[in-house]
Design a protein around this ligand. Structure first.
Ligand code: PEP
Ligand code: MG
Length: 879
């Protein structure tokens, strides 16, 4: 055990990779390698993080030994002594995970100071004020960061001191006052922790290193990891580095720099500089940094070196860099560099510019764009500056993209009416039902108290590209009282709120939105590369011509899922549907369906026309019938009148259709088995529409008819017979040589297991991962949102399996199904149309497993195209 190396000096670590060194450690090793001046130091690897937890949150002895060996190496190189009474070595301790994680532990600076070393530092620098200032900062940071105690009281001591003396700046505090502050800080430490502030630098170092490892499991870090798909098992590394002092006087200072503008992507250094200060002053907002011209004016030679080094680093990393630097007595040190975070718009420009500058090729440019945030480019968002200054009143799930501001409307009708009257509204519901669709269209955004990422509100909102926050349990909606209560504040229809579908935040009041800028042409350029490299086709889930048109603009290559039930939501249609459900005989049912058929047919005609040469896949009716029935008394009475039934009869039928577990109930193709006339009507509408459009355009439409929720071959054969009878007869009469395809969704584990048999009847498969996840996990789609958070907290699950495919379990079923299906029918056309079809990580899996296409909501189409290209570039398929 003891021989294995867990601690690496920067100069020995080059090439070991960020898995082991973390991002910061790998960066420091790389900078050392290319000759950038950085303070000496070492990295404790990410492997130690796991060992730390395995040892009961303690550093094993053999690692402690390696740490102090590495300290000795720094001592040798710098000629300084850790804890020495002459020329003392002071270090910084920083976390450094594989992916940059702003939610983790902050930096501890000036570690190694005690009464003895501070005196030596004062003597050797001839600057006692600087030494005392460093000491008081260290005690504060150690208490706050390493010991996890609030800095409030200690900040107050300094603030009071300044106020009492009429000082504006920290730099005005005198040496004597700093000394006094150090004494008071130490006393405060003793009072708080019941022990003296540790004076042994070795002890200080071990406490600080342990604190970094502990911070890997702090709530902030856990939340950040969840949001960004960072596995817990990765662990963090720790970097220990000798201090460079930016607070030594007027020829010292500190700053941050981006090699290009992170907001716009402009190829111009964007940097700030603060003379006579340490980085902490900037981060804590204690002092406002100045423009980098300040450095140029004060020390032009240092500035020239600064610009030159930035170029060296950017050329080396071939990407925009985000750097921290310090100038100590006129000597420039870089403390870290990493690929800089940037807005999606800046990412596009930088990628295209780097191609033009010959630094990267097109494939690399495609892989440089973060697919997760790509859709944010397509929608207006809240003004970032305003958001910075505004505190949210509640937070839910970021279910539909974009931003919306408006007054609260409590029902769909109200939202529609107020929109017509020229008002902007946010539809606020406890949860949404199909009847709310008109209100969702009318609203600027949707907020629901209940429901997860695949709830009705979320799916419909994403389809429309409408901003939606759902599952916001802090917002208690009382639809009767027409109030929303959040905490102790009650909001009514007079109140304006703003919902941010990108973050899930809800704000009080109106927030300015800004339109995306897609005009610069970078978007089109990048997308042309994307389309050149991807293997997966990208279709869309669309039920209306409007959605289909939007998706086509975004590059959809057909419709992968048309959920026909959504076509019944309009008021005039839902009524016919209700009549059909209430009918007592087949004849009555057929009569009600006959009212619906022309409407369905005309919808399909529009979809075929919009899609042109691309295929349209129509799924037969899927949800349980009771979802279409009214709940409100007035609507029930209206229905009773129209169907010549008593109110009681209607209520009885509603009760009869009630199911304890509708998601596992009378839905999907089970409806076609029990009510074949529904399947006949839908097939007729699909085929007649295709015949009409084929005749009109002179191009044969090739419809795809998809049967949902299939269990096995016999069931599919039963439904397919109904479809083929109707379709073949209509086509024969039309005189056209029109083809159509019948296939199935694979949504039930049993269907996945029996895919070889099902493929005998199915011309295509489409994985419905919403249901397949639900049925594989046994988690109800509607209710999982209530208990999944506990699974994340306890690290049983790391991400929402309804959003990102569970590759271990559900993915295994998909892999098997593809293999079995293609063994029977080698040219079986296979896609996916569940929510995971628009998720970048899942798309990578679908590429690898050999699917033909993914289908997702219109606003995810560009994301899916990008993710498909990235997968194809990183994991080329065998041709
Ligand atoms: C699915 O289950 O993944 C699917 C696409 O169908 P729906 O969400 O309509 O059940
Ligand atoms: Mg389904």
């Amino acid at each position: 055990m003891a021989e294995k190396k867990y601690v690496y000096a920067f100069e020995d670590a080059h090439g070991l990779g960020r898995e082991l060194l973390g991002g910061k450690g790998a960066g420091l090793a790389e900078m050392t390698h290319i000759g950038v001046r950085i303070p000496e130091g070492f990295t404790i690897t990410t492997e130690v993080c796991a060992l730390f937890y395995e040892s009961g949150k303690k550093l094993p002895e053999y690692i402690v030994e390696q740490i102090f060996e590495a300290v000795k190496v720094i001592e040798k190189k710098t000629g300084k002594v850790f804890g020495g009474s002459h020329n003392p070595l002071l270090v910084s301790v920083r976390s450094g995970a594989r992916a940059s994680m702003p939610g983790m532990m902050d930096t501890i600076l000036n570690l190694g100071l005690n009464d003895e070393t501070v005196a030596a530092l004062a003597k050797e620098t001839g600057n006692e004020r600087f030494a005392m200032d460093s000491f008081r900062r260290f005690i504060l940071m150690f208490t706050n960061i390493a010991k996890g105690h609030s800095r409030e009281e200690m900040d107050k001591m300094l603030a009071d001191l300044k106020e009492k003396n009429g000082y504006k700046l920290d730099t005005e505090v005198t040496t004597e006052q700093l000394k006094d502050l150090v004494t008071r800080y130490k006393a405060y430490y003793k009072k708080t922790f019941g022990e003296d502030f540790p004076s042994d630098p070795k002890e200080q170092l071990l406490v600080a290193v342990s604190a970094v490892f502990k911070s890997w499991d702090n709530p902030r870090a856990n939340v950040y990891r969840m949001m960004n798909n960072i596995p817990y098992s990765w662990g963090t590394a720790v970097n220990v580095q000798s201090m460079a002092f930016g607070n030594k006087g007027e020829t010292s200072g500190t700053g941050v720099a981006f090699s290009r503008d992170p907001a716009t992507g402009e190829n111009k250094i964007s940097a700030e500089y603060l003379p006579n200060a340490q980085g902490e002053d900037v981060v804590a907002g204690i002092r406002t940094p100045l423009h980098i011209d300040e450095l140029k004016a004060r020390m032009p030679k240092v500035y020239d070196e600064f610009v030159k080094t930035i170029k060296i680093m950017e050329n080396h990393y071939r990407d925009m860099q985000d750097m921290e630097f310090t100038v100590e007595d006129g000597v420039l040190y870089f403390l870290q560099t990493r690929n800089g975070k940037r807005t999606p718009a800046a990412a596009l420009k930088i990628a295209c510019d780097l191609v033009d500058e010959g630094l990267i090729n097109e494939k690399e440019a495609v892989c440089r764009i973060d697919a997760m945030s790509f859709d944010k480019l397509l929608l207006p968002g809240f003004d970032k500056q305003v958001l910075k200054e505004t505190t949210p009143i509640a937070k839910g799930l970021a279910a539909g993209p974009g931003a919306g501001t408006g007054a609260i409307a409590f029902t769909a009708e109200e939202a529609e009416a107020r929109k017509k009257a020229g008002e902007k509204v946010i539809l606020v519901r406890a949860e949404t039902s199909p009847e709310d669709i008109v209100g969702m269209v009318a609203a600027q955004g949707i907020l629901t108290m209940r429901g997860g990422m695949t709830s009705h509100a979320a799916v419909v909102a994403r389809g429309m590209g409408k901003c939606c926050v759902c599952g916001c349990s802090a917002a208690i909606v009382d639809e009767h009282a027409r109030t929303v209560t959040i905490g102790d504040k009650v909001y009514t229809d007079k109140d304006v709120i703003s919902v941010d579908g990108n973050t899930g935040n809800v704000y009080f009041g109106s927030i300015k939105t800004v339109e995306p800028d897609l005009t610069a042409g970078y978007f089109g350029r990048l997308m042309s590369w994307v389309d050149e490299y991807r293997d997966l086709k990208v279709r869309t889930n669309a039920d209306t011509p409007l959605d289909a048109k939007q998706a086509k603009i975004f590059g959809a290559q057909g419709i992968g899922l048309c959920r026909t039930e959504h076509m019944f939501f309009a008021k005039d249609r839902i009524f016919s549907m209700r009549k059909m459900i209430l009918a007592d005989t087949v004849e009555e049912r057929e009569a009600a369906l006959a009212e619906i058929e022309p409407m369905q047919q005309s919808d399909f005609e529009s979809l075929y026309e919009v899609m042109g040469d691309f295929n349209v896949n129509v799924r037969l009716l899927d949800p349980p019938l009771h979802e279409f029935l009214p709940q409100e008394e007035g609507l029930i009475e209206e229905l009773a009148l129209a169907t010549k039934k008593t109110v009681q009869q209607v209520k009885d039928r509603i009760a009869e259709l009630h199911e304890a577990n509708p998601m596992m109930g009378h839905r999907g193709c089970r409806l076609a088995v029990t009510y074949p006339e529904i399947c006949r009507m839908q097939t007729s509408a699909i085929i007649k529409a295709a015949i009409n459009v084929s005749k009109k355009t002179g191009k044969l439409v090739e419809p795809e008819i998809m049967v949902p929720l299939i269990l096995e071959e016999k069931e599919l054969k039963f439904v397919k017979n109904i479809i083929c009878q109707v379709a073949d007869e209509l086509i024969a009469t039309s005189g056209l040589n029109m083809k159509y395809h019948v296939g199935t969704m694979i949504e039930i584990p049993r269907a996945a297991l029996l895919s070889d048999e099902i493929a005998k009847e199915a011309e295509f498969f489409s994985f419905g991962t919403n249901d397949l996840t639900q049925m594989t996990f046994g988690f109800s789609r509607d209710d999982a949102g209530k208990f999944l958070p506990a699974y994340y907290e306890n690290k049983i699950l790391e991400e929402d399996p309804f959003k990102t495919l569970d590759q271990n379990g559900v993915g295994k079923l998909i892999t098997l199904s593809v293999k079995l299906g293609r063994a029977t029918r080698p040219n079986l056309h296979i896609g996916v149309c569940g929510e995971t079809g628009g998720d970048p990580k899942s798309i990578e899996f679908y590429h690898k497993v050999g699917l033909d296409y993914v289908s997702c909501s219109p606003f995810r189409v560009p994301v899916a195209r990008l993710a498909a290209a990235q997968a194809a570039i990183l994991f080329p398929r065998k041709k």
